[in-house]
Design a protein around this ligand. Structure first.
Ligand SMILES: *Cc1c(COP(=O)(O)O)cnc(C)c1O
Length: 425
């Protein structure tokens, strides 16, 4: 679900003409819909409202401070993975107690920053990290809450690069070891180890892995409680699907219908860390066609955005629906799908200007015919799009624009050549 739709063959972000934005701001440009961000968050809040739930939006999906501000204002907390992300969230009105901090490699500096910000939970990824947190908390005179991240050994059946809840990943502590970690460190003077965290990985498209992981985790919580440990919160992480293809991901209500009954009456507060399911459909990447070329039997559309702007296709083999911003009425897409069959479409590779053969957005994709200077939209680019962008090939990072109804605001300027070398002088 989102607010990017064609009206009379022209793509609109909410009530704003996408071509008009590109004309004023240039390309490549990320365009976000405020209403989409808010609605996705609200649907998750509503779905879990029968439990004591905090939604902690995962900042790494799309961390522009203006977007974080909108989500904080709408009641969201934040899931962070670095000191830099903590700094971003502290630019908003968020209550620090709604910030949770994960990551296998927190530095002492980052931990001290988070202690001083009085965040809600440290999500602990190893015994060594817990020991270090206890030491630093004592030094700082703080008594932070912590959740032990456990590895439920469940396969979300997603790409191996986005699988994080299996045994052979660097995240969390094996579920069998958890009781020992609590026995050794659960009662210390500094850190209140009072929660369990799981995160299965990203972009799963079924509810089953969550059910399996939560059941295993609840059994562990029961054992810990009977050992005398007060477990007050269960954080079930993120990874909920987004509609890269129209209406293919379970909705927040679908997930909640399976998850809420498992947790009813368990006397547990719930935390969720959705990233992509809030941000992905809330953004598009608009790029301009530079050249058309034919090599052997292949046709290429060369555009002005590259893998430095959006790396998901080569990195994760990710599918993004791609379509021209202006199309003949017969080409208005009814849904976003891999194999949209429309008479007159041309099969092309959509590629960027970077000197890498991994620099592609789509391969062998049927598109309406396009010409030099046409605008093209890469859909569902709001999550892990701009936040994973780089300056590779000394390319200036794209501008970010936020649409609200019929108004738009540049929320991050396009970088300049000066920005590229600014820190080198
Ligand atoms: C990345 C991440 C998330 C968000 O994942 P999505 O797939 O974007 O929902 C949540 N929690 C943790 C610990 C993460 O690392």
């Amino acid at each position: 679900m989102d607010y990017f739709n064609y009206k009379n063959g022209k793509l609109f972000a909410e009530d704003t003409d996408v071509e008009k934005i590109a004309d004023e701001v240039g390309t490549p440009v990320y365009i976000y819909s405020k209403a989409t961000f808010r609605e996705h968050l609200r649907k998750i809040q509503d779905a879990y409202s029968r439990l004591d739930t905090t939604i902690c939006y995962s900042v790494k999906a799309c961390g522009n401070i203006n977007i974080l501000g909108i989500l904080a204002e709408s009641g969201s907390g934040f899931d962070i993975v670095s000191g830099g992300e903590l700094y971003r969230t502290l630019q908003t009105e968020v209550e620090p107690s709604k910030i949770v901090y994960a990551g296998a490699g927190k530095t002492d500096t980052e931990i001290v920053e988070a202690l001083n910000a009085n965040i809600g939970y440290f999500n602990i990824e190893s015994e060594a990290e817990l020991k270090n947190l206890i030491r630093l908390a004592k030094e700082q005179g703080k008594q932070p809450r912590a959740a032990l991240r456990i590895n439920p050994d469940v396969d979300p059946k997603t790409h191996s690069y986005t699988t994080t809840g299996k045994k052979e990943t660097k995240f969390g502590v094996d579920i069998e070891q958890a009781q020992k970690v609590f026995a050794d460190y659960g009662k210390n003077e500094a850190v209140q180890l009072c929660a369990i965290h799981i995160h299965l990985g990203s972009a799963g498209h079924t509810v089953e892995p969550y059910i399996e992981a939560i059941k295993k985790t609840l059994a562990l919580i029961e054992r810990l409680r009977s050992d005398g440990f007060a477990i007050e919160t269960l954080n079930i992480g993120g990874g909920y699907g987004a509609d890269y293809i129209t209406a293919t991901a379970p909705t927040a209500a679908d997930y909640a219908a399976a998850i809420v009954p498992l947790l009813k009456g368990k006397n547990l507060k719930l935390i969720l860390e959705p990233g992509a399911s809030i941000a992905a459909n809330a953004g598009i990447l608009v790029t301009q066609v530079l050249y058309l070329k034919t090599s052997g039997r292949k046709k290429f559309v060369v555009v002005d955005a590259g893998m430095n702007d959006l790396i998901r296709p080569p990195l994760y083999d990710a599918f993004h629906f791609i379509w021209p911003v202006k199309v003949d009425k017969k080409f208005v897409p009814e849904r976003r799908d891999k194999d949209l069959q429309l008479g007159g479409a041309v099969v092309v590779d959509v590629v960027g200007p970077i000197c890498e053969s991994a620099d592609f957005f789509a391969k062998d994709r049927a598109l309406p015919p396009v010409e030099r200077s046409d605008l093209i939209s890469v859909f569902t680019a709001g999550a892990y799009g701009f936040s994973m962008s780089s300056n590779y090939n000394a390319r200036c990072r794209a501008a970010e624009v936020l649409v609200d109804g019929d108004k738009f605001t540049v929320i991050r300027k396009r970088e300049s050549y000066e920005d590229l070398i600014g820190l080198e002088k």
